[in-house]
Design a protein around this ligand. Structure first.
Ligand code: ZN
Ligand code: ZN
Length: 374
């Protein structure tokens, strides 16, 4: 379980790198004046490449990934100035590449993982669900379909809105950005639905988190008969949906945190913007150099800012949810009932109010460590 998915990601990443090199070195490539700005294309390309390369697991640390992408972008820009290609190297193109890498890295950094006492178990289950998901050819088909549908619908909606509400001077750029944004949102939505389905499969079948082998009627803990990976009864408790028995409470909670998070993110991202702008002004004053960016670069920075603001807002809301979820075992996540004194067997208890299963305080060492056969 897991190798096929990684293989596809690696194939996609290599394909992406090769296509990028060919496109940037194609002699005398000229974009029509109606096409999306060259800078936006650069940033989107490098953003997608960073995401693909991150998925390959070639780099264990995020800054290795960033360093590798910056080196690749630099080589890509530099070699364009070589004679046979008749292209040119521009600082702005390179900066646009870096913006793409930075935004993608920020989006990845905005993911929130499970915390608390049951956090390790929850993360192991999520990783297993992810591997199972990407191992299925159907996942790739579903991702491609939702990307295409999202791109068509998103492009049309964005262009129509821009035409109605704004004086849109670059309709094709708007179309392109809308298509990319909604394609990404569609893929994200599909993956979330897929992960929920895989989690359900694993928890219902008592599948080994390492190899997927089904472990019949488990006791408290044991070892997989197929691969030897240790397992815990508690790892197959389905993660309770937050306040699924109290939708009113969930709605109030999300609304409050969404408004607060949007404001905090706006101030945080805005402050960084003001500081960067002031630094550029001071640079101009002290060194007398004209650093003013052209309109297409300023547009690109504005898009990057908007995306960072949305991502940070979502992250802050998800963190608030994760903080509540970290209370699993002390409070029922489905109904909010306090679980003090509720009896648990093999690290698994059942809420006396609504009957939802929960992971109690489990303290068994490394339930999901890789077995020796891995
Ligand atoms: Zn196994
Ligand atoms: Zn309950």
């Amino acid at each position: 379980m897991g190798d096929r998915g990684i293989f596809v990601w690696r194939l996609l990443a290599l394909g992406g790198l090769v296509v990028t090199l060919v496109a940037t070195h194609w002699p005398r490539l000229r974009l029509s004046s109606e096409a999306p700005s060259d800078k936006v294309l650069h940033a989107v390309t490098y953003g997608v490449l960073t995401l693909l390369v991150w998925r390959t697991t070639w780099f264990a640390r995020w800054w290795h990934l960033v360093a590798a992408m910056v080196v690749f972008a630099s080589i890509d820009e530099w070699t364009q100035s070589l004679r046979p290609f008749l292209r040119h190297t521009s600082w702005n193109d390179w900066i646009a590449d870096l913006v793409g890498i930075a935004v993608c890295t920020f989006l990845l950094a905005c993911r929130v993982s499970a915390r608390g006492e049951s956090g390790e178990l929850r993360r192991a289950l999520q990783r297993a669900a992810e591997r199972r998901l990407f191992d299925r050819p159907f996942t790739w088909l579903a991702m491609a379909t939702s990307a295409v549908l999202g791109a068509f619908a998103g492009g049309a909606i964005t262009m129509t809105l821009a035409r109605l509400l704004l004086e849109d001077t670059k309709p094709f750029q708007t179309l392109f950005l809308g298509a990319i944004f909604f394609a990404a949102a569609g893929v994200d939505w599909t993956l979330r639905a897929g992960l929920r389905a895989m989690t359900k499969q694993i928890t219902e079948a008592h599948a080994c988190l390492h190899c997927g082998h089904s472990i019949g009627a488990p006791g408290a803990a044991g070892q997989c008969t197929a691969c030897g990976a240790p397992w815990l009864r508690a790892q197959w408790v389905a993660p309770p949906e937050l306040w699924s028995r109290d939708r009113q409470r969930l709605r109030r909670f999300l609304l409050l945190h969404a408004v607060r998070a949007a404001a905090v993110a706006f101030v945080a991202i805005g402050t960084i913007g003001v500081i960067a702008w002031a630094a550029l002004m001071l640079w101009d004053v002290w060194f007398g150099e004209r650093l003013a960016f052209a309109a297409d670069m300023r547009d690109l920075f504005a898009y990057a800012y908007a995306l960072a603001w949305i991502a940070l807002t979502i992250r802050l809301v998800r963190s608030a949810v994760a903080r509540v979820q970290a209370c699993e075992g002390q409070e029922c996540l489905a109904c909010g009932y306090t679980l003090h004194g509720v009896h648990a067997v093999d690290g698994v208890g059942r809420c006396t109010e609504c009957g939802t299963e929960f992971v109690a305080h489990v303290r068994i060492p490394h339930p999901t460590a890789s077995p020796s056969t891995a």
